[in-house]
Ligand binder design. Structure first.
Ligand code: SF4
Length: 364
């Protein structure tokens, strides 16, 4: 039976998610083995190339300027700094570098040109390059592709319904539009979400409906567990149970058989046994490095110890898709268009986001 379908319904996904655990694990592991080597896991390093001061109001994020958190703000990193970090990541077994900038959207200009140079530099190190820079236009996606970008990350975060309770500064449709713009280039799509933000099981299923109905489905789907950071609107939410992570990973694997399912934020809260269950349920990618943008992550040596213990191998770069070619800036056929797209700004009131903003003004 071919499991690749683009018409999964919420009810069907809920039925999968709620199966007796042993059945769910067996089914997910069976799909996993059919489409992937179960002993190979891709390792990515996430690098925050521009930290904090973001104008958005994502309720889970310590980088939003409007909340009072302890993160240190940083301007855009230099290309040489990024290159040094990428080399370190390569030496420690990562096949991919994912560069994150706390921007609402990409603006043409010197900073984007600098990011394009980072992409060229890392692709020339024979590593997969991913960027997560906020909303982008089709032309910007094509310029990234021309520089040698392998993947673009843009998470849906949660279901369309619950999105309105998490973010008010942009709409779910904006996310889909950026993914669509990326699809118009030859860059692969990385898009997933976060569980444990107070959403219902229906919202988890709803997010998987939205992701699995994309045709083609995203090549990579990160599943994050909320890391509640003090000062953010979600600071008091209890960590999600490991069983929820396992069920979410297994359901993702079943409805998106070809994708690489990535265990992302929240791994520090998970035991090795818990992570092993997630790998069995179909996770085949992790983020390595002691920090995930701003939140803690297991030490890379600990991860490699875990890999040895479980008999897992690091996936080599470009095993799933060919390495893109890099066009040098001087040879580029694409120009900055200086577009000013009208990304939406719904601006509705989210009580907990407002409360965190007010609290932040008192603390500051
Ligand atoms: S998640 Fe991204 S867009 Fe949202 S506040 Fe954080 S850095 Fe900004």
């Amino acid at each position: 039976m071919d499991y690749t379908r683009y018409d999964w319904t919420k009810e069907e996904i809920l039925n999968i998610y709620n199966k007796p655990l042993m059945e769910l694990l067996y089914e997910a592991a069976t799909v996993h083995r059919k489409h992937h080597d179960p002993n190979t896991v891709q390792v990515s390093t996430l690098l925050s190339i521009k930290t904090g001061g973001c104008s958005e109001d994502c309720g889970y994020c310590p980088q939003a300027a409007r909340y009072h958190t302890d993160i240190e703000k940083n301007d855009l990193m230099s290309v040489s700094h990024v290159k040094a970090q990428a080399l370190r990541a390569k030496e420690s077994g990562s096949s991919r570098v994912c560069m994150g900038a706390a921007w609402r959207n990409v603006k043409d200009g010197p900073e984007f040109d600098q990011v394009l140079e980072m992409v060229r530099t890392i692709n020339k190190l024979d590593m997969e390059v991913c960027c997560t820079l906020g909303m982008i236009t089709e032309n910007q996606a094509k310029r990234l592709a021309e520089a040698g970008l392998y993947a673009y990350n843009h998470n849906l975060d949660t279901s369309e319904d619950y999105y309105k309770d998490v973010i008010s500064t942009r709409a779910f449709e904006d996310r889909l539009e950026t993914i669509d713009n990326v699809r118009k280039s030859n860059v692969t799509v990385c898009s997933g979400g976060i569980i444990g933000m107070g959403e219902k099981l229906e919202d988890r299923a709803g997010m998987l409906v939205a992701l699995s109905s994309l045709n083609p489905q995203p090549e990579s789907v990160p599943i994050n567990a909320l890391v509640a950071v003090e000062g953010t609107p979600m600071e008091d939410i209890e960590p999600v149970a490991i069983w929820d992570m396992v069920r979410m990973v297994a359901s993702t694997r079943i409805v998106m058989p070809e994708t690489q399912v990535r265990l992302s934020a929240g791994r520090t809260q998970m035991s090795r046994e818990g992570q092993a269950l997630c790998f069995f349920a179909g996770a085949n990618s992790i983020f390595a490095g002691d920090k995930l943008l701003t939140t803690p992550n297991p030490d890379v040596n600990e991860d490699m110890e875990m890999f040895a213990l479980l008999g897992l191998n690091n996936q080599k770069p470009f095993e799933k898709h060919a390495q893109p070619e890099t066009v040098e800036a001087l040879d580029s056929v694409l120009q900055a268009l200086g577009e000013k797209p009208k990304w939406t700004r719904p601006g509705h009131t989210i009580e907990r986001n407002e409360a965190a903003k007010v609290k932040s003004k008192i603390v500051k």
